[in-house]
Design a protein around this ligand. Structure first.
Ligand SMILES: *Cc1c(COP(=O)(O)O)cnc(C)c1O
Length: 377
């Protein structure tokens, strides 16, 4: 954890004065987390899910680091994401989870991307493309109980004899409640997927996301699809602690004295109880720091970390500013940086305060931070 944070005092050399905050993305930690999932996967292949701009950290940097660590198979949500990856990873299979856009079979295949066919309509369209001589490969998504994407089990049974003609390279399903190990849906989905996988004997099968890795060996099949675990956020309470990949910091714009019983911020929703020193940070909900993580007289908010201490938020979060109570941290100065989340404040803690999940915080980070990558190849 040594120096996994930025220097937190004054203006760092080369610091970008044009930005209100900075993001440190630790690609070595990303690679470590991938290796940890690969160990959990045992004999199954560990792929990487890099949709959503690699959960906000930057798909090019993330995929390059993951490939260097040994990852061979990648999943994106959209063709546009796959197109960004393709030139960086000339050999890797890249699957497009959101499936086949209408009329796109030849273009997608030409781009070297594999759609994850998720409805009978998509399968039909792909079959037409293949029958006309198309040579692209595809995965088949079978719905085993989530009702989001995937052909039905009955449809899958009818498709199975055409697996070769369709150029199928993978059969997969997705767990709806893997973060709740005791949820009966897990066992039900497992049983259904087993029957699907046996109907597609000889084809690699994949069921588990990050949380599924902790449900037991039965859930691993041939390939696992971890996403969130790679980026250092929690998929399930059962997951072991992960290396911190993303550290978000905001610079202190000013420090001010506020008299006891005075309200701070929009809506005057919180009053300081004592005479206080309030630091105003230069990041806000426009930077993806959810407004819901703010504080009010009747509801505590999230905390930030600076000078080795935690400082609680005071009042509502603005678009570009956050107020924190630094009364007990006298060394705080204008220009210092406060950690919003990172090695000292878990992203999941902020997410919990904001009544959301780490996934949403990461993918919503926005474009205003000064971004630094380290630990890359
Ligand atoms: C997003 C996604 C994953 C990765 O899920 P995590 O919970 O982030 O590990 C795996 N498979 C599918 C189909 C997905 O949509």
């Amino acid at each position: 954890m040594e120096s996994s944070n930025f220097v937190t005092a004054g203006r760092a050399p080369g610091e970008d004065w044009r930005c209100g905050g900075r993001l440190l993305v630790d690609l070595a930690a990303l690679a470590d987390n991938w290796r940890a999932t690969a160990r959990l996967a045992g004999r199954a292949e560990a792929s990487a899910v890099v949709k959503g701009d690699a959960y906000g950290i930057g798909i090019e940097a993330a995929a390059t680091a993951l490939a260097a660590a040994g990852c061979r198979t990648f999943f994106v949500a959209l063709p546009s994401e796959g197109l960004r990856l393709r030139p960086l990873l000339p050999e890797a299979p890249i699957y497009v989870l959101n499936g086949l856009p209408p009329g796109a079979a030849a273009d997608l295949a030409e781009a070297g991307l594999q759609p994850v066919l998720g409805s009978a309509e998509e399968v039909d369209e792909w079959a037409t493309y293949r029958a006309a001589g198309g040579t692209g490969a595809a995965a088949l998504h079978v719905d085993t109980g989530m009702q989001r994407l995937g052909v039905t089990i009955e449809e899958a049974a009818a498709i199975a004899p055409s697996a070769k003609a369709l150029g199928l390279s993978l059969v997969m399903s997705h767990l709806a409640a893997a973060d709740q190990p005791d949820h009966p849906l897990n066992a039900a989905q497992l049983a259904r997927f087993r029957s699907v996988a046996s109907a597609f004997a000889g084809l690699p099968a994949s069921l588990s996301n990050s949380a599924g890795l902790h449900l037991g060996e039965d859930f691993l099949f041939d390939l696992v699809r971890p996403g969130i675990a790679l980026y250092g956020a929690r998929s399930t309470a059962a997951a072991p602690p992960l290396a911190t990949v993303v550290t978000a910091e905001a610079r202190i714009v000013q420090v001010r004295d506020v008299a006891a019983a005075t309200a701070v911020g929009y809506g005057a929703s919180e009053h300081v109880r004592r005479a206080s020193r309030i630091a105003i940070l230069g990041a806000g909900y426009a930077d993806g720091y959810h407004r819901r993580a703010g504080s009010a007289d009747d509801r505590p908010g999230a905390s930030v970390h600076l000078h080795g201490r935690r400082a609680p938020l005071v009042g509502r979060i603005s678009m570009d500013l956050i107020a924190v109570d630094v009364t007990d941290i006298p060394e705080v100065r204008r220009g210092d940086h406060a950690e919003l989340f990172g090695p000292h404040i878990a992203i999941d803690e902020v997410a919990e305060r904001a009544e959301t999940i780490g996934y949403e915080l990461l993918t919503g980070l926005g474009r205003r931070y000064e971004r630094h990558y380290r630990g890359g190849a």
